[in-house]
Design a protein around this ligand. Sequence first.
Ligand code: PLP
Length: 463
Amino acid sequence: MTYNVNDFDSLDVVNSDRNHVWHHLSQHKAYETSDPMVIVKGEGMRVWDAKGNEYLDAVSGAVWTVNVGYGRTEIADAVRDQLVSMNYFAHSAGNVPAALFSKKLIEKMPGMSRVYFSNSGSEANEKAFKIVRQIAHKKYGGKKTKILYRERDYHGTTIATLSATGQLERRAQYGPFVPDFVEVPHCCEYRAQEEADKDNYGVWAADQIEKVILQEGPETVGALCLEPITAGGGVIEPPAGYWDRVQEICRKYDILLHIDEVVCGLGRTGKWFGYQHYGVQPDIVTMAKGVASGYAAISCTVTTEAVFEAFKEDENPRLGYFRDISTFGGCTAGPAAALVNMQIIEDEKLLENVTMQGEYLRGRLNQLKEKHPLVGDVRGKGLFAGFEMVKDRTSKEPVDEATASAVQAHCMASGVIIGRTNRSFETLNNTICLAPALIATQADIDQIVDAIDEALTEVASKL
Ligand code: PLP
């Protein structure tokens, strides 16, 4: 039997899925009374399910991934040609698309130098942690193994990346965790800690990181790992002053700054990378989702030349290199897709589009806030936005999960897929998240926000 993408029986697919597939992040009990959703086609901003329903996808593949939109034949053609020419060789040897993509990527990342390939955001972060740990052993006699991460940030699904994740529901029942991962407080101004300096919150929040470093002992801390804008933890942009102070603290205590751009990378916020809004210079940057917009599995751990140099020598000559491999980091489909993906972002001036449509999106969400008391706080940057739903604006008490999920379900029924913080932070599963493809037009955004507007009216009327 050969697989023909256009020749399948929808009922058979849905039943096979229900009987044999274990979906990600899904409670399968629901499929005892309703059909699982099977997506069969995508084009531009839109997808279709096996039942023929059309949806405007406001979250780029549910998890903010398909940055350049669905149905890009130019990426598919490049990947096909690449696979026929040379599909795989372990990445201890180079390959053409990896070399060309790395050069192009580094041109967009001043101060950075080397690209290490793997397959998922979690894996890219694992590589970063291993780099930090090996440097601790090479340069600091086994000290500086601690890695700081922030409350509400997410860095992946493996045990080490979960150990570096500040979201309680994600971690529940997966312990015990890897030692030497230490949490620092969040920096969400809307939910500023009681004792915080509200007039200078950005600097205050960064100062809390310094406090943790001093408690732990700066000689034990190797790296600080942060999302540029917290994504699944609630779309939280650090307030003014935060990043300058973070950079200062890292330099003061000789701590590597690792920025996790798995969500924000490759244009989502209107610059190539989220950190580039804040004038900060990281030592390690990880990226995945938008790198090839989901056309192939690829992730990158990018370092400065100084980090790379540290691996060239060791007292023990057998240890003078990064003893790590990712078998499928040698697949050529990923970098071939990534190369064309970047070219599309440039040719179609998508960074400019993200900035323009992002302003429009936030403007429209702020109008919703004026109209609906359920909307407590509108946040985000570029085509990455979220708003918190609250029972009461003064107390800021979050709505319960069922209310936020009813808004999501209502939008779905009207043909718009939106996201929400989900199983991420025990009491704050109340943030609606939007991350439409970077090609979104004003009409797309109107359709998304109109659907949310109606959903909020409907849900509020039943409270
Ligand atoms: N880092 C961040 C910020 C993420 O949002 C995610 C996934 O959502 C990851 C890492 C993990 O990426 P992956 O699911 O590709 O392993």
